[in-house]
Design a protein around this ligand. Sequence first.
Ligand code: BGC
Length: 544
Amino acid sequence: MSTAGLTSLELFRVTPKPDRWWDGAAIYQVYPRSFADADGDGVGDLAGIANRLDHLAGSDRSLGVDALWLSPIYPSPLYDFGYDISDYTDIAPEYGTLDDFDALVEACHARDLRLLMDLVPCHTSIEHPWFVEARSSRDNPKRDWYIWADPEHDGGAPSNWEAAFGGSTWEWDEATGQFYLHSFYPEQPDLNWRNPAVAEAMADVMRFWFRRGVDGFRVDAIFAAIKDALLRDNPPDRRPHVIPGIGGEAGQDPLWSMNRPDVHDVIRHLRAVADEFPGRVLVGEAYVPMEELVSYLGNGRGDEFHLAFNFELLRSPWEHRHLTLAIERSEALHPPDVQPTYAISNHDNPRHATRWGSERARAAAFLLLTLRGVAVLYAGEEIGMIDAPERILPDPPFDRAGRDACRTPMQWNAEPGGGFTNGDPWLPLVDHESRNVADQSGDPDSLLHLYRRLIKARHESPALARGHHRSFFDVAPEVLCYLRQADDQRVLCLVNIGDTAADCDLSAVAADAGEVLVATSDRSGRVSLGDLVLGPGEGVALRL
Ligand code: BGC
């Protein structure tokens, strides 16, 4: 490859955008039930989170993340553990009060830590007063806030659509003699986003929290906001399955029930509300193919999401070809002015230390935090937490879709309760005696220290925070290699994803040597590119 272009600064000049604090940010996802329990009931709460903010930002023991994202903390009957909301403008009593929330916002901001909430706009709980009213009679004024349909002439469901967690999307309502639609559990009826009153009510929810100082929202399952108005049947699936759980079993392509073109009107509406408040960010969640995901970012027009989760790494096996493709597709498809948003673990999927193996956790952290984009960490990944083995999980499970394993409590120390609780934890601790924050804090070689170093390097290096990305292929069969460049700073990132040492051929890179900026190993100082051998799983970022 010609390297002449690499020094053409015009091409690589990256203008800092002071109002876009999220560029290059590290966002830390907290699953509130499982982070820290201050009142001893075994369930995490807001006071617990406030007590643990040192772990996140503002102290020399902090990870140094830029924002905290809280999975839902609203009142909920917990059929979907908070993603079924019965009141959008209050705090669930087990988590605290609005005063606790205000105090948390203030405490975060005092540390220069932003706070993002989860917005769940596509469905409510069956216990939400809107739905209670809607199902009370066919002529209730709230009826049209949800999606109702008569049976087919044979009495069957109005369409063949399948719900994300299995079964039909249609639930029969005996009292009013119609079906209502739910894209997820039956206890989560879908709101009717074609009704302007719904759009306005959700705008008011956003304003309520923005006025309390919230810095943005992670917007849940937006691809389900709009369904075909004619309720046409989905065809058989001929594509690879792109949405976990949907269309998987019976092989159905959710063509008419998900990711409809007019979902963009919904997103533009949400964005317009966010734009009423300077500096706020919307991060969309949509399980759609990458080609379509980037359209949720407004194709560079700046009128849809600021960021949208890119789950390609999360779904990729730990294989060179797959990881390379995930990264290159992401780079090729995102508009130049928009950063990809990577997460490799979250509350819906097996943790990556379990999927890819604990021995890959250091290389995975390196990848997540040196790629161009926003990195979303899932609480616990910084100490290498793994999924709970089935034998220690409750039977029957709390989550019917089988996600308890990745939602176990944060492991703060080796004491009984793991520093998470003084009571009985709602889900079991997995291995807090041998894996916890306290132990790793005192060990400079720990994974936790690596996360701190990587995040610090991102903050200190404009190239890592917001530089362009350019890959070099064929450096070694198991090595991913990419150059990050902003203005006059060039950082070459190399990570050996293999289990054996890798001899790197860096003859295509226009430099003889580089200075270690950050590494997964104890490598430091000046490194010659001519004879670089990476250890198994080793990642190195070199300032050229
Ligand atoms: C959330 C899940 C939730 C679903 C329905 C998602 O994508 O992350 O936890 O079950 O939306 O709200």
